[in-house]
Design a binder for this molecule. Structure first.
Ligand code: OSB
Ligand code: MG
Length: 375
């Protein structure tokens, strides 16, 4: 693998307004504050990454502000001190005595992967070992005002071709809401729920009541950092548990398997420290018969490019949260925008790097702060 000699890193914060507010059990977002990372090699080649941390620590402890701080204070200085580096080695470099801050680490690491693909003249998907030419797409629908409102959204998603419908739930907006979705979307399409840690073991009857809906899975019902109680719950639930928040590194994926805390993993590269850790989790799950799918964090077209590349790997056997650009943005920052056909997003296997061009002038226009680092 190519060794990269990094000369310049630029951090940018852009603001992108979602077409509609997105509500999960722990909070709501309308204006995304997104940190972009641009890395330039000695050769002049450039790679882009996106840090998926949100404005508030309601999903994991990180925020865009903690990530910015981690990048400027610890991670970029460490990268510059290390000299020429390969993408596979970046997370190891970062993890030595710098705990956590996975989304900050991932933003930089993923930009370096994109840079490596650019430098090698290969598609990022190919560089990662992707084998698909298109990836199946699911929609993630935020918590709605009423079961009817949710059912309408689900019905519309099915008509648009989505291959999976994920509904955000919390106690009080669960069973009746999901029943409405089942009725409006029909029996053929896979439906699942994502609780973002809104339940405890006290709610076990409420969760068992969902078993009869035949959901594909229920995502992260219990605490964001828990494995033990999820194992308790899985024993008493027919619906497979899929872990999201709890899987922060390959070791936690192994723990989930060993403890029986869940049967499916949602891999988000930002949450696990980047693409190298994502590959490790993917490989472990493949060896142990655990299906995985690629999660989303309301990314711009840059983060989406990384997710599409990752989801093209063979054990991503379930549809990912990889909606086309227009689902979230009036105007995306890449061209061409990401589109979906028949429920699939095409993998740009024949284009070197990310497979999309960053619209620099639009990025400049959306920028609220920027900081440049020269080596
Ligand atoms: O739990 O998967 C989640 C968005 C923000 C925070 C957490 C989650 C989500 C999503 C978005 O579900 C899915 C997408 O990007 O399409
Ligand atoms: Mg989730």
């Amino acid at each position: 693998m190519t060794v990269l000699d990094i000369k310049r890193i630029t951090l940018r914060e852009i603001h992108l307004r979602l077409r509609e507010p997105f509500r999960i059990s722990s909070g709501v977002v309308q204006d995304r504050r997104i940190m972009l990372i641009e890395i330039e090699e000695k050769s002049g080649a450039v790679g882009w990454g996106e840090c998926v941390a949100g404005e508030f620590p309601n999903y994991t402890p990180e925020t865009i502000d903690t990530a910015w701080f981690a990048c400027t204070q610890w991670l970029i200085p460490r990268l510059f001190a290390a000299g020429p580096i390969q993408p596979e080695a970046v997370l190891g470099l970062f993890d030595a005595d710098i705990r956590g801050h996975n989304m900050a680490k991932a933003g930089l690491e993923m930009a370096i992967w994109a840079l490596a693909a650019e430098q090698d003249g290969v598609a990022l998907a190919r560089l990662l070992g992707g084998t698909r030419s298109k990836v199946a797409t699911g929609i993630s629908i935020g918590i709605q005002r009423s079961p009817q409102a949710l059912a309408e959204k689900a019905q519309q998603a099915r008509a648009e071709g989505y291959r999976k419908i994920k509904c955000k739930i919390k106690p009080g907006t669960d069973l009746v809401f999901l029943e409405a979705v089942r009725h409006s979307a029909g029996e053929e399409i896979g439906i699942m729920a994502d609780a973002n840690s809104a339940y405890t073991l006290e709610n076990i009857a409420q969760l068992q009541a969902l078993d009869d809906l035949g959901l594909m899975m229920i995502e992260q019902p219990l605490a964001w950092d828990d494995l033990r109680e999820h194992a308790e719950l899985q024993k008493q639930l027919r619906t497979p548990i899929c872990l999201d928040e709890s899987i922060t590194c390959p070791e936690r994926a192994r723990d989930m398997h060993m403890m029986g805390s869940g049967r499916i993993i949602n891999i988000k590269p930002g949450r696990v420290g980047g693409l190298y850790a994502s590959l490790q989790i993917h490989n472990y799950c493949r060896e142990h018969g655990i299906p995985v799918w690629c999660g989303g964090m309301l990314e711009s077209g840059i983060g989406r490019a990384h997710n599409v590349a990752l989801a093209s790997l063979p054990n991503f056997t379930l549809p990912g949260d990889i909606s086309p650009s227009a689902r979230y943005w009036a105007e995306d920052i890449v061209e061409p925008e990401w589109t979906m056909e028949n429920g699939f997003v095409a993998v740009p296997n024949d284009i070197p790097g990310l497979g999309v061009k960053v619209r620099r002038s639009l990025v400049e226009k959306l920028t609220h702060r920027a900081e440049e680092f020269l080596r």
